[in-house]
Ligand binder design. Structure first.
Ligand SMILES: [Zn+2]
Length: 299
């Protein structure tokens, strides 16, 4: 099961209720953070998920409202005696940027930080998930992300297997769908695999701060897409100037891309007061106006 939590939902500056935009995904024992708003560590604690489980952080771009939480988070990880390495992905120059901020604030860390400059395409892969990045038009270099959970053909039933053969490399072959021979006896994968427990991996998108259009392929068939919705159509001119999205365009693009659930967020403070009125105009239950700490389970 995957879980995505919107940690902050407004653009540029926080309010008394809302933090600026960022989101995390928990996939089994690992957590992946997309952007790090000011005070992100507090929001993560409130979500009930351990910030120590963060495996990798993906920063879309170097505007302050998306990265201010980094030094505080790393300082707290160090105080909490983190041992495991942390990956930080960001636009070109990420290592220098973050190192300078940490030096300036005298934040040391005894755990290793692996910095990686982003490029387009697959940027991360482990045994459970793959993450893809794509450049999105903004005032500065900016990336959007797709996280794809790997398909699971079924679940290996250890109890059943142990009755047939002892643990060893043959287990892996059975999990890979190969028939093996033990003590002259043929053992087929279906004898140890619960294929009814298989599942198609889920696809989650995270896109902020862009006036881009025509990226349906990148977000195609996403199970859930977190997409900024900074402005309304009436403020199209300002959206163009500041390179932000217009809600109506985002809805159109995600419909075309057959996104199953669209979570709008990153609202401009300028129209927060009108948000309730706007919500009433949108009838689809597959379009959600995200709020801080909204949690979405992907079963
Ligand atoms: Zn920005």
């Amino acid at each position: 099961m995957m879980k995505a939590v919107l940690l902050g939902s407004v653009s540029s500056k926080p309010t008394t209720e809302n933090f600026t935009s960022c989101m995390l995904v928990q996939n089994e024992a690992k957590v992946y953070l997309f952007d790090a708003c000011e005070g992100v560590q507090m929001r993560i604690m409130q979500s009930g998920i351990s910030f120590m489980k963060i495996d990798s952080i993906f920063l879309s771009h170097f505007h302050a409202d998306h990265i201010l939480g980094i030094p505080g988070l790393i300082a707290t990880m160090e105080l909490s005696e983190r041992q495991s390495p942390l990956n930080i992905f960001g636009p070109k120059g990420i290592k220098q940027r973050v190192s300078e901020i940490l030096n300036l604030m005298n934040i040391g860390h005894s755990f290793k930080i692996n910095y990686k400059d982003l490029s387009e395409g697959k940027v991360f892969e482990n045994e459970k998930v793959e993450i893809y990045a794509k450049k999105f038009i903004h005032r500065i270099l900016n990336y959007g992300f797709i996280m794809k959970e790997k398909d699971k053909v079924g679940e290996f039933n250890r109890k059943k297997a142990e009755k047939l053969l002892p643990p060893g490399p043959l287990y892996k072959q059975l999990q890979d769908g190969k028939t093996v021979t033990y003590n002259g006896k043929k053992i087929k994968p279906e004898m140890v695999m619960d294929y009814n427990k298989g599942r198609i991996g889920k696809k989650i998108g995270y896109i902020v701060d862009t006036y881009d259009k025509g990226y349906e392929k990148f977000i195609g068939n996403a199970d859930i897409l977190f997409h900024e919705s900074c402005f309304m159509k009436e403020e199209e001119k300002r959206a163009k100037q500041t390179k932000h999205s217009v809600m109506e365009d985002v809805i159109k693009i995600s419909k075309k891309a057959k996104v199953k659930k669209l979570v709008l967020f990153n609202y401009s403070n300028r129209y927060l007061e009108d948000l309730e009125k706007t919500k009433k105009k949108i009838k689809s239950k597959d379009i959600v106006f995200g709020n801080d700490l909204d949690c979405f389970e992907l079963k």
